[in-house]
Design a protein around this ligand. Sequence first.
Ligand SMILES: CC(=O)[C@@H](O)[C@H](O)COP(=O)(O)O
Ligand SMILES: NCC(=O)COP(=O)(O)O
Length: 238
Amino acid sequence: MTKLSVNINKIATLRNARGANNPDVVKVAMDCERFGAQGITVHPRPDERHIRYQDVLDLATVVSTEFNIEGYPDQRYMQLCKEVKPAQATLVPDPPDAITSNTGWDTISNQSQLRDIVAELQSYGCRVSIFINPEDKYFEPAKLTGTDRVELYTEPYASLFPKDKEKAVKPYVEVALIAKELGLGLNAGHDLDLHNLAYLAQSIPFLEEVSIGHALVCDALYYGLQNTIQMYRRQLEL
Ligand SMILES: CC(=O)[C@@H](O)[C@H](O)COP(=O)(O)O
Ligand SMILES: NCC(=O)COP(=O)(O)O
C-alpha cells in the first residue's frame, strides 16, 4: 500500500503571514500523524519563506512517523540532515529562487556529485531519494549514484490528467517498471490531489510513498484536516 506523507510547507506559509505562531507547525504535524499521515515532509528553502530551519529541528523531536526532508543539497541542507538524521532525505535540484520545484535532476551530468552526496546522507542513516523526471535516460545513472529511491516529479502527470489520463500516466508506468527492474524504490509527488491520486497509485501498484502538500492543505479548508487526510488515505486504498 502506498504511504501518504503530508507536506506541511503551506502550514508554515500561513504561520509566517502574521509573524506569530499560529498555526503551530509542530502541533499540526502531530495532528496530521494522529489523523492518519504516515509521514511528514518538509522542504526548507534558503529564504525560509515557509518552513524554517529551526522548524525542522523542532519537528525532529516530535515526528513519530517517517520524517522526510526535501531540498537542494547545499551546505545548510547537509548540516541539517547530519543533525536531524531524518528517515528520508529527498534531493531536489531547485535553484534558491525557485517558486516551487519544477524539474527533476539531470542524473547524467550530476552523477558524480550526487554519488558523493548520497553516500554522505546514507552515512548519517538517511534513506535517500532523488527527485526525477519520468524519462528513462535518467534511471540507470540514478541507480549508479547509490540512491535508495527516486521520487517521480508528477506535475506533468497532474497537468495532463484532466484532458487525457491514460496519456498522462503512460510515461510514469514505463519508468516505474525500469526503476523496479533496477531495484530502486519509488516515490512520487508534486501537484497530486484528490482527483488524480488514485489513478496514479492504481497504475503503479508498487509505488511506495506519495508526498502531498499544496492540494491537501487547500482541501483541508473545505473538509477539515482530519477528514482530508482520511480522504487522501482512502484514494490510496482503492
Ligand atoms: C519536491 C516537491 O515537489 C515539493 O517539495 C514541492 O517543491 C513543495 O515545495 P513548495 O511548498 O515550496 O512548493
Ligand atoms: N514532494 C512533493 C511534495 O512534498 C508536495 O508537493 P505539492 O503537493 O505541494 O505539490
